[in-house]
Write a protein that binds this ligand. Structure first.
Ligand SMILES: Cc1cc2nc3c(=O)[nH]c(=O)nc-3n(C[C@H](O)[C@H](O)[C@H](O)COP(=O)(O)OP(=O)(O)OC[C@H]3O[C@@H](n4cnc5c(N)ncnc54)[C@H](O)[C@@H]3O)c2cc1C
Length: 469
């Protein structure tokens, strides 16, 4: 009998105690694990450990599970507030969808005029007219490329990465420089630099590693033929399925504030004063949150530096109910890419491809500036900016929800990226166990992005625990 079979058998015969270890000095025969965070990585790690015979308790700081997988069930068509698209290559995610008998729906081709409407230097431009349009002030070598494709165009021909792990396994200190430094060396024009700062999917080009951007570019190239999906009824259905398959319900409103280790046990203290002990802790908390915790003993130097300084991209989304199909009046594509403070406007479609809502999507500096406005000013800014670009939207849109990831104290940003030099300095140290404290979460994934990365990290941390005994 191998270890796994042994553990599974002992799990089946054991008496399961609810929240064993919680505020008690009970020492079970089976190893106890406390998982911090009921996002995708925490819940999947909990399921895998439970199936391997561990006693698992999941603590979640918020009053809901799911973390950055967050279907907005109260809005028309239940759009996603966080993790949205699932690629063909998301093998772990797709196998969980199958296991829980959920359905994946391919994201439909959007109804209405195709393409994206550009609004640059105060004027509307259709994609087909971009290269010759007056507001296109790019240099001769750049002007054929539409603004959202500029960064990819500069990076692709210099990108040496060929495999998912290349960025991590092979040293590339020469590429671990800022995206902006690289672009200046490539003689990007001032206007190209300005446009590449719009919707950069990071906070700013001068504060982001080129190697990190190349990692993304390599993934995009490798999966360029992928189709994209979401779960029918919303991605949070997978979160619910994972949580209901656990023996012990997730404990909500448990805001972890201290992690301490002594005499082979780890203990957790929450803001409500409750204390729990276990053989192992798995923290899936984003480093943006973890840096505010009291961790003893302190992690080794480079890992502590990663916890303190790994940057998180600010993202803010504003959801708009569509009262009338305004695109039938002005005949412009519904999707918009603008160099204004609201950056992008994307259609949200229902399962038949009909547009049910719009989402305004801002990254980095624009998201942070927007977050500072009063709610009424935020709505006004969005409605007025879109209205100035296309008057047909006047009286056709109502703001119904705003999602500010940088202001959420349980995420303090949307997802992690690397600043220049950080991959070389501490990428290999990020996920190292600190005694009995193990780390998971999207920020520790190597091969996969987003939700698939969160699942990858859960499998890795469970292997780690099983090897630890
Ligand atoms: C706007 C947005 C769009 C995205 N789009 C995509 C996409 O299209 N495709 C894709 O694959 N991925 C996407 N992602 C990324 C994906 O959603 C995440 O990578 C993934 O869900 C992260 O899961 P996780 O378990 O690592 O972390 P999290 O989901 O962040 O889980 C961590 C958990 O810890 C909890 N927590 C925090 N602090 C404490 C504390 N002190 N005590 C206790 N609990 C605490 C949090 O509440 C949370 O539940 C997107 C994310 C965002 C925000």
């Amino acid at each position: 009998m191998n270890r796994r079979q042994f553990l599974v058998q002992s799990a089946a015969s054991a008496c399961i105690l609810p929240f064993a270890g919680w505020q008690t000095a009970f020492i079970p025969k089976r190893k106890e694990v406390i998982i911090l965070g009921a996002g995708l990585s925490g819940l999947y790690a909990a399921l895998l450990l439970q199936e391997s015979g561990y006693t698992v308790t999941v603590l979640e700081g918020k009053d809901r599970i799911g973390g950055k997988v967050f279907t907005l069930n109260h809005l028309t068509g239940k759009p996603e507030g966080g993790g949205w698209t699932i690629g063909d290559h998301y093998a772990r995610f797709r196998s969980l969808v199958e296991r829980f008998k959920l359905n994946l729906l391919e994201l439909p081709v959007v109804a209405g005029p195709p393409g994206t409407l550009f609004f640059v230097n105060g004027q509307r431009v259709a994609l087909r007219d971009w290269s010759m349009a007056k507001p296109n002030q790019l240099s001769d070598g750049e002007r054929q490329t539409p603004p959202p494709a500029l960064l990819g165009k500069f990076i692709r021909s210099h990108n040496p990465l060929q495999h998912a792990r290349d960025w991590f396994d092979n040293p590339h200190p020469d590429l671990d420089i800022s995206i902006e430094t690289f672009l200046r060396k490539q003689k990007a024009s001032k206007e190209a630099l300005r446009l590449m700062r719009v919707a950069p999917n990071t906070n700013d080009l001068h504060k982001t590693s080129l190697l990190w951007a190349m990692r993304d570019d390599e993934r995009r190239k490798r999966h360029s033929g992928d189709r994209f999906y979401r779960i029918e009824g919303g991605n949070s259905r997978l979160i619910s399925a994972l949580a209901t398959s656990l023996n012990h319900p997730v404990m909500l409103n448990k805001i972890v504030q201290k992690i301490q280790q002594s005499e082979g046990k780890v203990s957790i203290t929450c803001t409500d004063g409750s204390v729990a002990k276990a053989d192992y802790i798995i923290s899936t908390l984003p480093f943006s949150v973890m840096r505010g915790l009291d961790i003893k003993p302190v992690p080794p130097v480079l890992q502590a530096e990663a916890i303190q300084h790994l940057p998180y991209t600010a993202i803010t989304q504003v959801y708009l109910q569509v009262e009338q199909p305004f695109w039938a009046d002005d005949d412009f594509p519904v999707a918009m890419w603008t160099d204004t403070a609201i950056e992008r406007v994307l259609p949200i479609t229902n399962e038949k491809g009909q547009i049910s809502m719009l989402v305004v999507w801002m990254d980095g500096k624009n998201a942070l500036a927007f977050d500072k406005l009063q709610p009424e000013k935020q709505s006004r800014q969005v409605i007025d900016t879109i209205g100035a670009i296309r008057p047909a939207t006047r009286d056709a849109l109502t703001v119904v929800h705003t999602q500010r990831w940088a202001r959420n104290p349980f995420s303090l940003g949307a997802y992690s990226h690397f600043a220049p030099g950080q991959i070389t300095r501490f990428a290999r140290h990020i996920a190292q166990p600190i005694g009995a404290l193990h780390l998971a979460g999207e920020h520790t994934a190597i091969e996969s992005p987003g939700m698939e990365g969160a699942l990858e990290s859960a499998e890795r941390v469970v292997r780690e625990l099983m090897n630890a005994g």
